[in-house]
Design a binder for this molecule. Structure first.
Ligand code: NAI
Ligand code: PYR
Ligand code: MG
Length: 371
């Protein structure tokens, strides 16, 4: 198969779908790899590094889209990218379709077979291709929140760790999954007073064990949300219902109860966000203010640390990428975890949460692959 990797074009997105190390693996499996010139510049991998790994360098993205059987990317395709996709081609990347009706229409119209990293599953109930970027975004959320909390950046001017004789800042984390765990670790490491809220009691038990009293846990009720958000300096939004639009846990009305200059970091923004007042921002202009509360809502946070992120992402995506290259659609038939990643195929929606969120008919992946 010919596998193509275009340069990412989203605002300040420096990750790349295939590192030179991954290219070597595809080539070793007998595949041709076509990489757009400059695709790896953000991680310090120049065209020669890709040539040395066995890739052919394409002069334009159009060349990559036109000539490849499978496109491996990082971010959801942008409008001029989805216009270049076609039936019979596989797209392997993050999609986040539930909050994005326009992209969904574009992918359906193209006829492409689109596999979303974020809905591929594993035997332990996890999302193995989302997890590494959730680790990065969770850790980054505290750096971003702490920076926004500084007075010159519009924040209330609190140092998260405090100092001897002065209390630390307070961080509330909504959702104790992968993002939440890593946010809590960073916040606790800086000396902040940290509380994680989740609706899964087994998960709260695990977190309580793990942090051994260093982090507080609370079951998710409106009362708990209000108390923990009203007293927080930073609230990290990290809830997820896989594939679906994020539940809005913090309403506009609740903002009036929050401290002026406190910071909301809505990591869940790629699924639409869990604060009513969130809208996606970019690394170029990451924050805005509503009712005195600073909002940070960057939908591609890991793009800010591409050297770490691209390698972590490739570690996770390589296995299934090779299966797809080796077997084509049969890889989806053979493995139900990879099949859970199938969101769109030949103009049909094949993911239940996406179909429900956007009002499309669901066509079961097994049925559509057999057709
Ligand atoms: N903005 C960005 O750059 C990035 C965003 N993300 C996003 O971050 C979000 C979280 O991802 P993960 O931590 O990997 O998900 P996860 O599935 O590991 O954790 C989600 C947690 O939310 C909890 N939850 C769900 N509904 C809840 C509710 N109503 N109240 C309290 N807790 C609730 C679940 O029990 C679970 O523990 C996702 O939307 C993901 O796409 C991930 C990476 C990068
Ligand atoms: C998960 C995701 O959307 C990202 O890493 O940008
Ligand atoms: Mg995202």
């Amino acid at each position: 198969m010919r596998v193509g990797c275009p340069k990412e074009i989203k605002n300040h997105e420096y990750r790349v779908g295939l590192t030179p190390g991954s290219v070597r693996e595809y080539v070793a499996h007998g595949h041709e790899v076509l990489v757009e010139t400059g695709a790896g510049a953000g991680i310090g991998a120049d065209d020669n590094a890709y040539r040395a790994a066995g890739a052919t360098i394409a002069k334009t993205a159009a060349d990559v889209f036109a000539k490849s059987d499978m496109i491996v990317k990082v971010k959801e395709p942008q409008p001029n990218e989805w216009a270049q996709l076609r039936e019979g081609q596989i797209l392997y990347t993050y999609l986040h379709l539930a909050p994005d009706p326009e992209q969904t229409k574009g992918l359906l119209a193209s006829g492409v077979t689109a596999i979303a990293y974020e809905t591929v599953t594993d035997d332990r109930g996890g999302l193995p291709l989302l997890a590494p970027m959730s680790e990065v975004a969770g850790r980054l959320s505290i750096q971003a929140g702490a920076t926004a909390l500084q007075k010159a950046n519009g924040g209330r001017g609190v140092l998260l760790g405090g100092v001897p004789g002065v209390l630390p800042g307070k961080v509330t984390v909504l959702g104790g999954g992968v993002v939440g765990l890593h946010a809590a670790r960073m916040a606790a490491g800086l000396g902040a007073d940290v509380t994680i809220i989740d609706r899964s009691i087994p998960r709260l038990r695990q977190l309580d064990d793990l942090f051994a009293g260093r982090v507080h846990t609370r079951y998710s009720t409106v009362e708990a949300l209000e108390e923990e958000c009203f007293s927080a300096d930073i609230v990290v939004g990290a809830v997820l219902i896989p594939g679906a639009a994020a539940p809005k846990l913090v309403s506009r009305e609740m903002l009036s109860g929050m401290k002026k200059g406190s910071v909301l970091v809505d990591v869940a923004i790629d699924q639409g966000g869990c604060f009513e007042t969130s809208h996606a921002t970019t690394h170029a202009e990451p924050t805005y203010e509503v009712d005195g509360v600073i909002h940070y809502c960057v939908a591609n946070m890991p793009g800010a640390v591409p050297v770490t992120s691209a390698h972590a992402l490739n570690n996770a995506t390589l296995h299934y990428g090779l299966q797809l290259a080796d077997k084509g659609l049969k890889a989806l038939v053979d493995d139900h975890h990879l099949r859970n990643g199938l969101n769109v195929h030949k103009g049909k929606i094949t993911n239940r949460a996406v179909a429900e969120a956007l009002g499309y008919e669901l066509v079961e992946p097994k049925a559509v692959l057999a057709a």
